[in-house]
Design a protein around this ligand. Sequence first.
Ligand SMILES: Cc1cc2nc3c(=O)[nH]c(=O)nc-3n(C[C@H](O)[C@H](O)[C@H](O)COP(=O)(O)OP(=O)(O)OC[C@H]3O[C@@H](n4cnc5c(N)ncnc54)[C@H](O)[C@@H]3O)c2cc1C
Length: 478
Amino acid sequence: MATKPEQLEADYVIIGAGAMGMAFADELLSVSDATMIIIDRRHRPGGHWNDGYPFLRLHGATSLYGVNSRSLGEGEVDRVGLNAGLEPLPSSVELCAYYDEVMRHRLLPSGRVTFLPLCDYHEDGRVTSRFGGDEVRVKARKAVVDATYTNTKLPSTHPPNFDVVPEATCISPNALPHLDGRGKSFTVIGAGKTAMDSVTWLLEHDVVPERIRWIRPRDSWMVDRNARQFRPDAAGETMNCVAGELECAAKARDFDDLFDRLEQDGALMRIDRQVRPTMYRCATLSHAELETLRQVTDVVRLGHVTRIGPDEIELQHGTIPTGPDQVHVNCTASGLSDKPPRPVFEDGRITLQMVRTCQPCFSGAITARTETLFDDTETKNDCLAPVPPPYEDKDWARILVINSANQLRWTKTPQLAEWMAQSRLDGTSGIAPPSDAVAAQMAKARDRFKENIRPALANLQRLLADTETAQTPMAMND
Ligand SMILES: Cc1cc2nc3c(=O)[nH]c(=O)nc-3n(C[C@H](O)[C@H](O)[C@H](O)COP(=O)(O)OP(=O)(O)OC[C@H]3O[C@@H](n4cnc5c(N)ncnc54)[C@H](O)[C@@H]3O)c2cc1C
């Protein structure tokens, strides 16, 4: 940074070149003539995907990920493996390459974007280089865009929040492929998607289920990836699944009945049919992945680990034996934000948050579109209520209510409805049915959706009001 001026100025200063910052910048480039400075402390765009374990892949819908102007993947389906027959899931390496390409071939050549990698942004507007040590000031003529609010954490960057004695082997999933696993047994710690990935990886690499012990403080509801495919030929079934969720929500007598219905309808899944999950974090699995995970039957449900000693693991509600042959795989970092929701638009500041459930890229892009459509902060915030990340099972209902209210507002705002109709990030709305049969399925699903949306929202609000736990969800480690 030695040759840079002391102050850099642009319409928008975007902090963070992860999925949300990149989606915002890409859309802003398309729909305005704004200039931007993008700052990231990492060496290239892609955010947390840069720190992923080698077997980390996207688990949500690939066709709804990335920036609006460039699709991700070739639209084929996987032919082999546990995701066979479904949309391919890019690895973290592929995701970083994609974002690098977007930066180098779209954002930078526009001449309207300056990228400052390996730089820390400070709240007072200072930017310091992580290598040169030089400092510049950045000034936003319109807004500073905080694209760091999802506050992602991975085990490779966030050490465990329990004690580990030096004699015990406790590794992050990043270290698994580098290990000599012969003669070892594995204790996987955590109930989230990272733990699921680690267990699957071990099973796929010749570790028999009997050598795997899984510490799951909570069990989780998972989204069925087979029912959420955004290819044109699958659009009818996917829309029917969404409409089916609303029908379950409209008819549910209580929360147990709601989740029973969602499971029977094929919207949500659980690993152990004997245990009622209390957690929901948008983790998405294929049927084959679910069956694979079910092979591990040594599941420890004694709460969170508090200490790994030389011959015992201490947990909140008990202890279990361990020893030198055990490899403890720490999968406890929380991938979703633990920060409270705040208004997306404030004077001179935009805080990127999910405004559609677990859809960071759509959320970043629609925030940019909304920013360019309206002048006053109140109107903009009326369009985009933050949807908090889910933590517990009942959050499935809480976020559906907020999400649906946003959706209704967007469909009633002609400029946003028009934008969604042509946005590749907006689920099925831009999909042209490839056959009469799919067109008929889609029309039927639309009718089912319309019939159930209002009764579903009313019923969920009733259920939430009835439950004494109706409070702001608090994120914790999985
Ligand atoms: C393991 C994992 C798997 C996931 N899988 C999926 C999935 O399949 N589908 C899905 O939709 N979502 C998934 N998510 C959710 C995830 O939150 C989003 O997909 C998305 O990648 C988050 O992007 P982001 O830009 O908000 O955050 P990040 O990727 O964390 O990017 C924020 C960036 O800001 C930078 N930064 C922070 N502070 C500063 C500062 N002061 N100065 C300079 N730079 C700063 C960081 O270096 C970082 O690059 C996953 C999350 C995790 C952790």
